[in-house]
Design a protein. Structure first.
Length: 291
């Protein structure tokens, strides 16, 4: 019954694996709910910022603010890649890395010099492996990113953009549409692209007073808008990671169940075959003694 014992050992091993994947699925589900709440909570504030900037924007004001000025050519660009520190999330990190590679290839093809900043061990490990130069990396962010984390990532890039050292800043992140839809996305956070006005809006609104002035308000709001864009990318990526891990662990749990069923059928067939053989041997021996 050596084969039977071997099959029973494999069944126990797969059952233990299924317990682990089921536990990880439950943990990811719990974390995803909290991360999703943070995504939903961040949206009203971001929408309000966009509405205010859209209301204040005018071509004349755009010439006064470096963050709004659109360069004629992009000679230098910065790319911020957001990945996770852990794996076991299906193609989550691979898709983000692929999106970044395509973006870098496009910028290199246009003759743009790029600097790369990475958040997360998975992206850092890949680009180190392929020998890509990395300006800076962060692996200390948790699955609960904060506004301070976003400021740490982009504050110096805002300064570089204002000084003309960088002409564009991109963020590659996972957009959280739902637990099953987390596509890799790229947003251009600098220069600031004025949000589209809602239908019916024409220029500045006249039903309120601006104090101290539109210029003073934009001076404070534009850097805040850029930092908030990075913060939203961080919280959406955190939620997308948990959603991807939940899906991956659920699939692994289901696959383990299928493997266990196959192994149990194989074990039962082997056991039945052995019993049949033993009965045949007993009957054959009995017939030989009678003869």
């Amino acid at each position: 019954m050596a084969k039977g014992r071997e099959l029973k050992g494999r069944i126990r091993s797969v059952e233990n694996t299924r317990k682990i994947t089921r536990t990880m699925e439950m943990v990811a589900t719990s974390k995803m709910k909290r991360a999703q709440d943070r995504v939903v909570a961040a949206r009203p504030y971001a929408n309000s910022l966009a509405e205010v900037i859209a209301s204040l924007y005018s071509p004349e004001l755009a010439e006064r603010f470096r963050l709004l000025r659109q360069p004629s050519t992009t000679k230098n660009a910065a790319v911020i890649l957001l990945t996770s520190n852990r794996g076991l999330a299906g193609g989550f990190n691979a898709n983000l890395i692929k999106e970044t590679r395509n973006l870098l290839a496009r910028l290199d093809g246009e003759g743009t010099s790029t600097i790369l900043r990475i958040v997360g061990r998975k992206g850092l490990g890949y680009f180190r492996y392929v020998g890509r130069e990395i300006e800076s990396s962060r692996t200390d962010f948790t699955d609960r990113p904060t506004g301070e984390n976003a400021a740490d990532l982009v504050n110096d890039l805002i300064g570089k953009f204002e000084r003309g050292e960088v002409d564009a800043v991109y963020v590659v992140y996972a957009k959280f549409n739902s637990a099953l839809s987390t596509p890799p996305s790229t947003i251009k956070i600098l220069p600031v692209t004025p949000p589209e006005k809602k239908s019916g809006d024409k220029g500045l609104r006249h039903d309120y007073l601006l104090f101290p002035s539109a210029e003073a308000i934009l001076e404070q709001l534009l850097p805040l808008y850029v930092r908030n864009s990075v913060y939203r990318a961080l919280v959406e990526t955190a939620a997308a990671e948990q959603g991807a891990r939940r899906t991956a662990m659920k699939n692994a749990t289901d696959n383990a169940g299928d493997i266990i069923n196959v192994l149990r059928r194989t074990y039962n067939r082997a056991r039945q075959a052995q019993i049949t053989q033993e009965i045949a041997e007993i009957v054959g021996g009995s017939a030989a003694l009678e003869g």
